[in-house]
Each structure stands twice: as structure tokens, then as C-alpha cells.
Design a protein around this ligand. Structure first.
Ligand code: NAD
Length: 358
């Protein structure tokens, strides 16, 4: 076996249907007595129900979380936390409230207890993001890693298939890039393979029956492993492109991942044979790029940039932005190749077959 480095991150995970009932014990374990509960407006009622379980230990609610943590929203949440004298945050929901909790933790040092209800995976990472004047900055800081994560599949039953499916493929994208990361290691690869397999078998089952608690459990387990993979190793072209299209052209986060992933996997296919072999086995398919596209289609996820709001006139600039600065990718990235990849993704063409090059 080659030598490697593995960074294990310190977080406590409580997993299982009904596990949110244990939140009182977990709050006590953190010693928190003045909690600020963060959510989106859509999940305010669930946030209120959780607060009601915490007998006087909640100081206030903030339900203004939105995608990509705009700086003014982060400033409002921090002001509320300071005004309340909060000593911890509970972040309930997807990557948006968890990202907001991280912004508060970064500025005020408050511990986070995360209750994730999508498959984005942010709860397992020390990665924060903040969007100011249309530009999203990100960084890594252990202070923003949630201390405790409660994964309760029952809280995901309300996640509609149209959000659950793309969110799950967003998680699979973390696993795919972890497998060919320049900092890949056997432990992360183990989690990534298991994450892909759990998500690939559960997402179609969730779309067929959104009330299937066992499939919801499997998907949340896969999302946890995907988040842990993202947390431990560096990402590559797929995340760079997705963030470029989301950050600079306002495309929806999870849907953008769905469209791009088969194309990026095809681009990297010949340069990352061991990762492709792992993805093949985890998906149970011969060709990972085609298998990823078939999965997206099976769950009704978008397969073209055109249908999720990209303007064809912006493709040149997107290719430019995504190739301006060098970064790791198993296959060297050129502007011309990425422009072609974006063209294929824009029109929703199938990923290039093995043997062809972009
Ligand atoms: P999100 O948190 O905005 O959730 C999407 C929508 O689903 C929202 O309207 C939300 O209210 C709703 N929702 C969430 N759970 C629900 C439930 N159980 N039932 C009904 N509705 C529910 O989006 P997301 O896709 O979870 O996260 C995307 C954000 O997370 C992006 O900003 C992305 O950059 C960030 N992210 C960060 C990391 C990291 O490590 N820092 C990792 C992954 C994603």
C-alpha cells in the first residue's frame, strides 16, 4: 500500500429514525443554555417544534437562511446572536442554514449542533462560504465544523423528490471527486465508495415512494459519508465548474451538479482508472459517466444547463473563469476542452464515450 495522510475530523454523529428526540441530551452535553436556532422560512415550523423540546434553553429563532450565505444575512444572524447573548447555534435544514451557522461560528466562535435535512453534506465539513458583491469566498476552519450532528431520516420525509434527487447527486459528486483527489487515501475512498452505493440504490426508491423511511435512511447515511469525504480531501474540476456556474451565473446548486457530473467524469475517465473502477462497482454499471447520467434521468433530475437557466452566450466566460487559475485535476484542464464540455452539458448531450477525447 502507498503511504498516505488521513485527517480524521472530530464530530459526534447521532444517526437513526426518531433521533431528533435526543436533541435535549445533546444540547446538555454541549453545555448550551442560550441557543439560537437557524433555519429557512420553509422549515420554521420544524425549527419551532425542535425549540419546544428544549425547555427554556432556546434564546431565539432566525429563519432567514438562504443559499450561498449572503454577507448581509450572515451579519443579521450574528447581530441576533450577539443581541441574545447566544452560546450555541442549532442549524436545522440543508446547506443554507448550516452554512449560516458556520458564518456565525466563524465570527463569534459559537459551537454548532447541526440537524441536516438534505444530502448536501456541509455538516461534516470545516468549509465555510460567504457571498459578498456576487463573489463567494470559501475557506477551511475547524471552528466551523459542527460539534454534533443529528441525522434523523424522518426529518427528510418532507424533502420533495425534485429536491431530494439532485441533492443526492450533489453528494455523489463529493464521492466521485474524493476517489480521484490528489489527497485521496484508503479511508476516504472506502467512505466514498459506500456513499455512492448507498445513494445510488436509495434515490430511485425515494422518488418512487417519498415515504420510504428505509430508503431515506440509506440516502442520509450516504450523504454523511459523502460529506465526510468532501471534508477530508481536496476536490477538482467538477466542484470548480459547479461553483463557477452557481457563483457567477446564479445557477441552482444541486441541479448544476447533476448536469455536470457525467461530463466531468467522462473528461477524467482515462486519467483516473482506479477511481472509475470504484465508481463502476459502487453504481453496478460498466461505464461510470453513462451510469451517472442514467441515474440522473431515472430520478427526473435535469441533464442540460439550458433547462436550469444557463445562457448560451455566457458559456465562453464560464470556460474562461473556470480555467483562469491552475488547480488539481487528474487530467490537465484546458480552456478549449472545458468550453466543449460546457457545450455538451448545455445541450444535454450524452457524456463522450470511452476512447473519444474532448
Ligand atoms: P438548501 O439548504 O437551500 O435547501 C434547499 C431547499 O430545500 C430549501 O428551500 C429548504 O428550505 C428546503 N428543505 C431542506 N430540507 C427540507 C425538508 N426536509 N423538507 C422540505 N424542504 C426542505 O440547499 P442545499 O442543497 O441543502 O445546500 C446548498 C448550499 O450548501 C449551497 O450554498 C452550497 O454551496 C452549500 N454547501 C456547502 C458545503 C460545505 O462543505 N461548506 C457542502 C455542500 C453544500
Amino acid at each position: 500500500m502507498d503511504s498516505f495522510v488521513y485527517d480524521g475530523l472530530p464530530s459526534r454523529v447521532i444517526f437513526g429514525a426518531g433521533s431528533v428526540a435526543r436533541i435535549g441530551d445533546e444540547v446538555a452535553r454541549l453545555g448550551a443554555t442560550k441557543i439560537l436556532v437557524l433555519s429557512t422560512p420553509r422549515q420554521r415550523a420544524v425549527a419551532d417544534a425542535i425549540a419546544a423540546q428544549l425547555s427554556g434553553r432556546v434564546a431565539g429563532m432566525f429563519d432567514g437562511a438562504v443559499m450561498h450565505v449572503p454577507a448581509p444575512v450572515a451579519a443579521s444572524a450574528c447581530a441576533r446572536a450577539e443581541q441574545l447573548g447566544a452560546d450555541a447555534c442549532i442549524a436545522l435544514g440543508g446547506g443554507s442554514p448550516i452554512g449560516l451557522g458556520k458564518a456565525v461560528a466563524l465570527r463569534l466562535g459559537l459551537p454548532i449542533l447541526a440537524v441536516p435535512t438534505t444530502y448536501a453534506g456541509s455538516e461534516m465539513t470545516p468549509i465555510w462560504g460567504l457571498t459578498e458583491d456576487g463573489v463567494k469566498r470559501t475557506g477551511r476552519d475547524l471552528a466551523v465544523l459542527p460539534k454534533t450532528v443529528i441525522y434523523d431520516p424522518e426529518l427528510t420525509l418532507s424533502l420533495p423528490p425534485a429536491i431530494a434527487g439532485p441533492s443526492g447527486i450533489n453528494a455523489i459528486a463529493h464521492c466521485v471527486e474524493a476517489l480521484y483527489s490528489d489527497t485521496a487515501n484508503p479511508i476516504t475512498s472506502l467512505m466514498a465508495r459506500e456513499g455512492i452505493a448507498a445513494l445510488a440504490r436509495s434515490l430511485p426508491a425515494i422518488v418512487a415512494d417519498p415515504g420510504d423511511v428505509s430508503a431515506r435512511s440509506d440516502a442520509l447515511y450516504g450523504a454523511w459519508l459523502a460529506g465526510a469525504s468532501l471534508a477530508s480531501v481536496g476536490m477538482a474540476l467538477h466542484h470548480k465548474l459547479s461553483h463557477t456556474l452557481g457563483g457567477s451565473f446564479g445557477l441552482p446548486h444541486a441541479q448544476t451538479h447533476c448536469v455536470l457530473l457525467p461530463h466531468v467524469a467522462a473528461f477524467n475517465r482515462s486519467a483516473a482508472p482506479a477511481a472509475m473502477d470504484s465508481i463502476s462497482r459502487a453504481l453496478g454499471v460498466a461505464d461510470p459517466p453513462s451510469g451517472l447520467r442514467d441515474l440522473a434521468r431515472a430520478i427526473g433530475a435535469p441533464t442540460s444547463l439550458k433547462e436550469i437557466g444557463m445562457a448560451e452566450a455566457d458559456l465562453d466566460q464560464a470556460a474562461e473563469l473556470a480555467t483562469q487559475r491552475p488547480y488539481y485535476n487528474p487530467r490537465p484542464v484546458t480552456r478549449a476542452a472545458i468550453r466543449q464540455l460546457l457545450d455538451d452539458a448545455f445541450y444535454g448531450r450524452p457524456p463522450i464515450p470511452a476512447g473519444d477525447s474532448v
